[in-house]
Write a protein that binds this ligand. Structure first.
Ligand SMILES: C[S@@+](CC[C@H](N)C(=O)[O-])C[C@H]1O[C@@H](n2cnc3c(N)ncnc32)[C@H](O)[C@@H]1O
Length: 262
């Protein structure tokens, strides 16, 4: 592949950087680029100089314990996640990683997709099956604004969908999938997790737009909820149901906002 070569005499008054890494052992950015092209057989030129995983892996090997948590707050093409999985596979470690990427498309289509592929296995650009390194991750999206104000109350402009995402994550440890910020799903039933239905009463989701209307768990509200024959967790501003009714109906009541936590 043609490469631009710059000689010392052409570099005016700046210094050419030197390295104390043994370059016969540590791969360079060209290598990083090849690795990325291999994982994404669809041509990927988004990153001009992705780091080679073996460089990051060597740094991780030198500087971390087997149970360290590695943070990359400029995750880009996801080299760091890839390198952590490789190093764990090499030395039996249980390191975890946190990757932060601010560009939504990059985060979901490159960063997460690369780590997903190398963890689960993929077919490389040459059609060769590459076995997975194992392990996995959770994909979390930060909301544009904090959900709570300085007094711990839910902010006035928080939508049902935003709070629903947060409640679902705190109950299940996973996201509800890609959704618009708007109230796309007009149902208080957020989903069923391991047999338990999770309900959220907020912002008059049952159609009553008065302050607190429909956000208090009463017998009438309970009857109006989508039926679930099994245990239920119901988040609401308050409950008028007594302990005996809650137990009979298999309801765990959680008061918003106090019981919402991750
Ligand atoms: C140079 S790339 C990282 C390359 C990565 N180390 C690799 O090997 O692929 C930097 C990335 O950081 C992201 N970024 C820039 N500022 C950020 C910020 N404040 N928070 C999170 N991500 C950010 C950019 O969108 C870009 O994808």
């Amino acid at each position: 592949m043609p490469r631009l070569k710059r000689f010392l005499s052409e570099v005016s008054d700046t210094m050419v950087p030197t390295t104390w890494w043994d370059t016969s052992f540590i791969p360079d950015n060209q290598n990083g680029k090849r690795e990325l092209r291999n994982v994404f057989s669809e041509a990927n030129e988004l990153f001009a100089t992705p780091k080679p995983t073996d460089l990051i892996r060597t740094l991780i090997g030198l500087s971390s314990d087997k149970d360290s948590i590695i943070l990359d707050s400029f995750a880009g093409s996801g080299t760091t996640g890839h390198a952590v999985l490789k190093q764990n596979a090499a030395d039996g470690g249980n390191r975890k990683f946190i990757l932060v990427e601010m560009e939504e498309n990059i985060a979901s289509e490159i960063t997460a997709e690369r780590v997903r592929r190398v963890a689960a296995g993929y077919t490389d650009a040459k059609g060769k099956e590459v076995p997975g390194l194992g392990s996995g991750f959770q994909f979390c999206r930060l909301s544009d604004e904090p959900l709570f104000n300085e007094f711990g109350d839910i902010r006035d402009d928080v939508t049902f969908a935003q709070l629903a995402d947060f409640v679902w994550f705190s109950e299940t440890g996973s996201g509800r999938g890609r959704q618009d910020a708007g109230d796309t799903e007009a149902t208080p039933l957020l989903g069923i997790h391991e047999g338990r239905a999770v309900f959220l009463l907020f912002n008059g989701i049952l159609g009553d737009r008065r302050p607190q209307g429909g956000n208090i768990l009463t017998k009438a509200v309970l009857d109006a909820l989508p039926p679930h024959d099994g245990p239920k967790t119901i988040y609401a501003a308050a409950t008028r149901l007594g302990p005996a009714t809650l137990q009979r109906e298999q309801i765990v009541f959680k008061q918003t906002p106090y019981a919402i936590e991750v």
